[in-house]
Design a protein around this ligand. Structure first.
Ligand SMILES: [Zn+2]
Ligand SMILES: [Zn+2]
Length: 419
């Protein structure tokens, strides 16, 4: 089992500064002293609460999947949809990539995430700690791609739009989805990565590497050679780049490999796809043979026209502002790294954290379209069809999400020290 000294020194994942964590106290929040990144929150040390909420979320997710979610009645005809109806609808319309994305983000990943989290926390609770490091590392990687709460907001937008023209009812599956999402969010607020990392044992060192964990080690001398694991934040001294982290098994690198080039390529691709994503229709609504194609912006204008102001603001921010902020923000960060700029370093780091956190919310429009496609299928009377713009839009969102993962904010701090 790891001792407290193993976690005493950490390298901030955002700026790379090596610092010593103070002993944990109740309601103690520890932030990086250089970039204010949260290093340990008040929930650190809790296992039972996230485990209970995750279990509740998984148990509620089952009826949310098997029970019908929404029903809509139009001109005497009635149609019911399930959590997965939109996925089937998109697939049948020939939008297989979108069907796969929605299926993965809203159905498959929530199940995998919750099941793995419950297994890891239960094993921790029972004292079994072997292999938990690798499992927990993957759980953390999966988190940004598990979008149950965003799907729920997408359902709400679709529901509000439909209610203007037809009668919509929330069924048992819909209520269970709301409860499951609530339980999931509670589990996430109670879950602190450090809780798990702190109690995991370190595997035996490879012949070519050794880790040093004494809090009394001379920081200055060790700092140059130590590699901070990007997954579990363990500071491994004397390890070779490419070796495995003794705690979580992740490959160790001083900085993320090819971070600059890969991020630049992803941002360039994102900018190129941003044009068709906004110019082409994302959704076509048919009403008595009358077709109305909506782009992202006309969808927002329609919400404004119907006085659904809060939803219009959410969709406008998530679908138009956030993707643009991410693309422009990452470009700014890449250019500043290239110039070795010292100005606005803290602001850039904080801005990166913001775009990384809000990035997945841009998927709302994709989920709104999937719910409408799954539900509104009354032939010539009323029908919803996805448009080509939705594929480009989903690609922009995913590319920018990957770009925030491949970029390494520590490069900006390194460059500023060289410049
Ligand atoms: Zn920092
Ligand atoms: Zn690690």
């Amino acid at each position: 089992m790891a001792t407290a000294e193993n976690q005493a020194r950490v390298a901030c994942p955002d700026c790379g500064l090596v610092q010593r964590l103070p002993p944990r106290r109740r309601r103690y929040v520890v932030e990086c002293r250089r970039c204010a990144r949260l290093l340990a929150g008040t929930a650190t040390g809790r296992v039972d609460a996230p485990l209970a909420f995750a279990l509740a979320a998984l148990l509620l997710l089952i009826p949310a999947t098997v029970e019908p979610m929404l029903s809509v009645a139009s001109h005497g005809a009635e149609r019911t949809c399930w959590l997965w109806s939109g996925i089937v609808g998109l697939w049948q319309e020939g939008f297989a990539p979108l069907a796969v994305i929605v299926g993965a983000f809203c159905v498959a990943f929530p199940y995998v995430y919750l099941a793995a989290l419950i297994a890891a926390l239960a094993a921790l609770r029972l004292g079994a700690r072997a292999h938990i490091g690798a499992v927990f590392r993957w759980i953390m990687r999966l988190r940004p791609w598990m979008m149950l709460e965003i799907f729920l907001v997408g359902c709400f937008v679709a529901y509000s739009r439909l209610r203007l023209v037809v009668g919509v009812h929330v069924l048992a599956g819909g209520w269970c989805l709301m409860a499951a999402t609530g339980a999931l969010l509670l589990a996430l607020t109670q879950l602190e990565e450090r809780t798990v990392w702190e109690v995991l044992p370190l595997r035996r060192a490879r012949p070519y590497s050794r880790w040093h964990s004494s809090p009394h080690a001379g920081e200055r001398g060790e700092q140059g050679q130590a590699i901070a694991c990007t997954a579990c934040e363990l500071l491994v001294t004397g390890a070779h780049a490419g070796g495995a982290c003794p705690r979580c098994g992740a490959a160790l690198h001083h900085r993320k490999p090819y971070a600059f080039r890969v991020t630049a390529a992803l941002v360039a691709a994102g900018f190129m796809l941003y044009v068709p994503a906004n110019a082409l229709p994302v959704l076509t609504l048919v009403s008595f043979g009358d077709e109305q194609s909506n782009t992202i912006i006309t969808g927002v204008l329609e919400l404004i026209h119907n006085r659904l102001w809060p939803l219009a603001i959410i969709v406008f921010l998530a679908s138009i502002v956030v993707p643009l902020l991410k693309l422009c923000g990452l470009t700014w960060m890449l250019l500043a790294t290239l110039q070795g700029s010292q100005r606005t370093l803290l602001a850039r780091t904080r801005f990166f954290r913001f775009i990384d956190t809000v990035g997945s919310w841009s998927n709302i429009d994709v989920f709104v379209a999937s719910v409408l496609v799954g539900l509104l299928q009354f032939g010539a009377i009323a029908q919803a069809r996805a448009g080509g713009g939705l594929v480009a839009f989903a690609a922009v969102v995913i590319l920018t999400m990957i770009a925030t993962r491949t970029f390494d904010t520590r490069l900006m701090w390194d460059a500023s020290q060289r410049g």
